[in-house]
Design a protein around this ligand. Structure first.
Ligand code: NI
Length: 137
């Protein structure tokens, strides 16, 4: 049976400060530059959620992308959109909110919620030029 990957794109915006409290202010400024601004800055994030599997003989779908959308909106977007990622998102608590750390934390929320659908990949765009991907390893 062919295995097909289908993807839903969702959007949110949020504020953050990239900062490692184990480093000095000078070290943080040198490492993170403008992203370390103590008064926050924002991004218009794009999250792409990819599910893979066999094509269902009845529906012709791998998965209902409306169901994927509903689950990701409920589990992640509603808790993240228009929030401060350092201060008010439970699943990011204690993390330095780089895109790398955000996407791994999102995987931990989304992967179990989508079952029995199989989450194949997350892609998180922080800007139009920068994205990170995670496949659960
Ligand atoms: Ni940033």
């Amino acid at each position: 049976m062919p295995i097909v990957t289908v993807t839903r794109r969702l959007r949110f915006n949020a504020a953050h400060r990239v900062h490692n409290p184990a480093l000095s202010d000078e070290q943080n400024a040198a490492l993170f530059g403008k992203c370390n601004n103590k008064n926050w800055h924002g991004h218009n994030y794009v999250l792409e959620v990819s599910v893979s599997g066999e094509i269902d003989a009845v529906s012709g779908y791998v998965v209902d992308l409306g169901r994927v959308r509903d689950i990701v909106e409920r589990e992640v977007i509603e808790k993240t959109d228009h929030r401060n990622l350092n201060m008010e998102v439970d699943y990011l608590s204690g993390l330095n909110p780089t895109s790398e750390n955000i996407i791994v934390a999102m995987w931990g929320v989304i992967e179990p919620a989508l079952k029995p659908a199989r989450l194949q990949r997350l892609r998180l765009w922080e800007t139009e030029n920068n994205y990170v991907e995670y496949e659960g390893e």
